[in-house]
Design a protein around this ligand. Structure first.
Ligand code: 2AM
Length: 180
């Protein structure tokens, strides 16, 4: 089985800004540089033939390159903790691209996504008992803001899980059309 997801990989200067926003707070498990991405569609575990059909459907997507900037931080709460993330703006082009990817996945035979799309770049995971520290950090980083960067491709990743955390392998890069 192949555990797949589709994401935007921010360029190095943007990743550097995100890494600079991290601190040594023991309350948070920060992600590494190689794990920074904006998920457009989490696909999950699929067999090889479906993986091939997904890759082919994604390769047929036509979408114009666009600019994004990182802006602000936020947090998701699950039962035992959650994620701290950086937001992006504007959301419209990234949501449109995600919707196109969603249609391509469904045409290829993937079950439709029922959850709403919230574009974000996960920076850290946290445990419920450290919620106060996470809220304090979220306030301190509220003014996080990057220069706009060009999104001119998206990536199909395979996630390999291990004891040392996930390793994300690039399976295919799909270019976007010339901006504007
Ligand atoms: P994230 O975007 O909040 O960090 C690979 O696992 C990527 O897919 C991660 O970026 C992860 O979360 C995202 N993702 C979305 N839904 C997921 C799910 N149900 N299980 C695992 N990862 C998921």
């Amino acid at each position: 089985m192949h555990r797949l997801f589709v994401a935007i990989r921010p360029p190095e200067d943007i990743r550097d800004l995100l890494i600079d926003a991290m601190d040594d707070s023991p309350a948070l498990r920060w992600v590494g540089d190689e794990q920074l991405h904006l998920t457009l569609r989490f696909i999950g575990e699929v067999e090889r033939p479906l993986a091939n059909d997904i890759a082919a459907a994604l390769a047929r997507i036509r979408f114009a390159a666009f600019e994004l900037a990182v802006r602000g931080v936020g947090r998701f709460e699950q039962r035992n903790g959650g994620a701290l993330w950086a937001g992006v703006e504007p959301r419209a082009p990234v949501a449109e691209l995600a919707a196109k990817i969603e249609r391509a996945c469904v045409v290829a035979g993937v079950e439709p996504e029922r959850r709403a799309f919230h574009p974000h770049i996960t920076l850290a995971r946290w445990n419920r008992r450290n919620a106060d520290a996470v809220i304090a950090l979220e306030r301190r980083r509220a003014d996080l803001l990057s220069q706009p960067f060009l999104v001119d491709e998206f990536v199909l990743f395979e996630s390999h899980l291990s004891r040392h955390g996930p390793h994300y392998e690039e399976v295919a890069r799909i270019p976007l059309g010339r901006a504007g």
